[in-house]
Write a protein that binds this ligand. Sequence first.
Ligand SMILES: Nc1ncnc2c1ncn2[C@@H]1O[C@H](COP(=O)(O)OP(=O)(O)OP(=O)(O)O)[C@@H](O)[C@H]1O
Ligand SMILES: [Mg+2]
Length: 251
Amino acid sequence: MNPRAPVPLVARFACFVTGTDTGIGKTHASATLLHALHAAGYRTAGMKPVASGSEWRDGHWHNDDVAQLRAASSVAVPLGQTCPFLLRTPCSPHLAAAQEGVRITRAPIRDAFDALRRQADAVVVEGVGGFNVPLDAGAVRWNTADLAVMLSVPVVMVVGIRLGCLNHAVLTAEAIRARGLPLAGWIANRVDPDMLLADENIATLHASLDAPCLGELPWQLAPASAADRLDLAPLLTAATRYQAEAAGLAA
Ligand SMILES: Nc1ncnc2c1ncn2[C@@H]1O[C@H](COP(=O)(O)OP(=O)(O)OP(=O)(O)O)[C@@H](O)[C@H]1O
Ligand SMILES: [Mg+2]
């Protein structure tokens, strides 16, 4: 991979970043993607449609994921567009929402996403937990896989390189494709510096996953410094193809 190779610029680009589990580096990888896209010439905005776990600080509710995505974005946008559902309780979003008397609904997310797309050329949307996490378990049942389908953008899967990741990665890739979404690529994120045979696990992922690897993120390298470890070309190619297919279907 040549990280300096020119990438084909897509006029408007968005992707949905999911992962093999919670706490495996979706935010870390999303921030790295935002830096890489900015270096490639895009005006960028990160989005976390639903965040649970926030604390009151400096006059507003603060969530670490939201703060990291905003810090990695090149376009300044209102907080409510980065995160239309900022919940306080640190648990699964449908439970946090129920605790707080909130219904997580589609329209505010759709509206915030559309607003971000008008202000930025590239929008990176971080999911919640793994690929299929409940957002509302009440009358209107929906989950994060439905959210990705609603946004209708290519998916990037972050694999946290730790014991169990081989099974989680294959199951997640199957679930993404089962929802009719393109798996544009996957990122190997080295979250466990003590993992035995980490390189061999990554080689197994290359052999198992029928999607391009966008790169490996080393242990403890900050997103801005790790940006050149990502190869954007497969992601932008997938986005171009997906947009063309969607336009063809709409015609
Ligand atoms: N490559 C890495 N090297 C060192 N630490 C990392 C790396 N990637 C992630 N981490 C750390 O692991 C923790 C979880 O990462 P992160 O918050 O990005 O995960 P996540 O998948 O977004 O979690 P969540 O499901 O809560 O959104 C954080 O403390 C983060 O700093
Ligand atoms: Mg996160």
